[in-house]
Write a protein that binds this ligand. Structure first.
Ligand SMILES: Cc1ncc(COP(=O)(O)O)c(CN[C@@H](CCCC(=O)O)C(=O)O)c1O
Length: 400
């Protein structure tokens, strides 16, 4: 027969499945001599590779049957218990181990979103969440933010439209780096309860704080407000930023009815997260992660400071950026009328990459924004990369 036109054969939802900008840009970063500030990649030199080599060899010698066999969808029991013990008022049967929090986002889309369902997101928000939700064809309601996080009036107006859930990143938000203030956290939890709209709290960067002490999670504030018992917050976090993203081990915690439905959805997706990888993560965290975490905080604080200093030195006037207190990203605003994609092309010629900010905006805005990741480049490369970015920005500004 004639050549099949596959586009016409795909399901309707396939039209909402498009490339991840970050993943596509990461491919470009492979070019020789390129300095990349694109992916939120942990510093590989901090991976505890030697300890993992020994632990996995031991697991395969002593527990091969368990490590190499199919395991339960809910996850490795000892790891679920470890996670539950660190979350207020949470039992192990309220925790599901997932293959990266990216999978949790996909499964949450699958169980909560119908075609046209309203879903509330921050502006900007994590583009990977939009990629996970898009195939389920939601209608996004963007919540305006200021430096302290969601603006209460904007949030309340969105909640009155009955979204299926609010997707919130209160701690070192990807991409803006914002830390939601305690007052705004309380406001969000109270308003979500008032309108009985669930909150999905994506806490990927919880441990990557570089100055003030940690603020309480939405999950814990919700528990306090209710005096314990099951709450209104579905909490996500991951071992990608503290241990190793290549292991693809993360977790979701929350009300039993939600976790149970996520388990059923995961059974249909991948049966379970890698048995060996979960057992390896448990071996690495069971005695605590403090030593690993302090190494990470020290390294990323230094890299953040080098990047901030280089930005001040090399970027032309009119370009502004935040001073993140944690996380992996610096969020840059170009003057109105300047386009980050056009700057990206000039930067590529200078052999430096970043992530243009528009894909982080569900409402299509943000053409003059861009995200820089400072976690995965040595200080000297950061200085050189920002110097190159400065040159590209000078060129671009002459045209505007
Ligand atoms: C807020 C937020 N939520 C979930 C994830 C995905 O983390 P997992 O590794 O799936 O646990 C991430 C990871 N995002 C990185 C990594 C994605 C890079 C890549 O696609 O390789 C980034 O924004 O660059 C995140 O920032």
């Amino acid at each position: 027969g004639s050549q099949i036109s596959w586009e016409s054969r795909f399901a309707r939802r396939a039209a909402r499945i498009t490339s991840s900008t970050i993943r596509e840009l990461l491919k470009m970063a492979q070019q020789p001599g390129m300095i990349t500030f694109s992916g939120g990649l942990p510093a590989p030199e901090l991976f505890p590779a030697e300890a993992m080599a020994q632990a996995s060899a031991r697991l395969l010698r002593e527990k091969a049957n368990q490590a190499l066999q199919y395991s339960t969808t809910e996850g490795y029991p000892a790891l679920r218990e470890w996670v539950a013990a660190r979350l207020p008022g949470t039992q192990p049967d309220q925790v599901l181990m997932v293959s990266g929090s990216q999978q949790a986002l996909d499964l949450l889309g699958k169980i909560f979103i119908d075609v046209g369902s309203p879903v509330a997101v921050e502006s900007p928000t994590y583009m990977g969440a939009l990629s996970a939700f898009n195939p389920y064809e939601p209608e996004y309601l963007s919540i305006a933010m200021d430096e302290e996080g969601m603006i209460p009036e904007a949030l309340e107006a969105v909640l009155q439209r009955g979204p299926r859930f609010v997707y919130a990143l209160p701690t070192f938000q990807n991409p803006s780096g914002r830390l939601m203030s305690l007052e705004r956290r309380r406001k969000l939890v109270e308003l979500a309860d008032k309108y009985s709209v669930p909150i999905v709290e994506d806490d990927a960067y919880a441990e990557l704080y570089y100055s003030d002490q940690k603020l309480p999670t939405l999950y814990s504030l919700d528990q306090q407000m209710r005096g314990g018992g099951e709450g209104n917050v579905i909490y996500l976090s991951t071992f990608s930023k503290t241990l190793a993203p290549g292991l693809r081990v993360a977790y979701a915690a929350g009300p039993r009815a939600v976790i149970h439905k996520l388990v059923q959805a995961k059974q249909g997706a991948d049966l379970h997260t890698g048995s060996l990888n979960q057992m390896l993560v448990y071996e690495m965290v069971k005695y605590g992660l403090e030593e690993q975490l302090s190494k990470i905080r020290q390294t990323y604080t230094a890299r953040r400071d080098v990047m901030l200093e280089a930005l001040a030195q090399h970027l032309p006037k009119g370009i502004v950026w935040n001073q993140p207190k944690g996380g992996m990203f610096i969020w840059v605003q170009l003057p109105q009328g300047m386009d980050a994609v056009s700057l990206f092309k000039k930067a590529l010629e200078q052999k430096v990459t970043f992530v243009p900010g528009q894909p982080f905006h569900a409402d299509g805005s943000g053409h003059n924004t861009l995200r820089l990741s400072f976690s995965n480049a040595e200080p000297e490369l950061i200085r050189e990369g920002i110097r190159r970015l400065g040159r590209a920005a000078e060129e671009e500004m002459e045209l505007v």
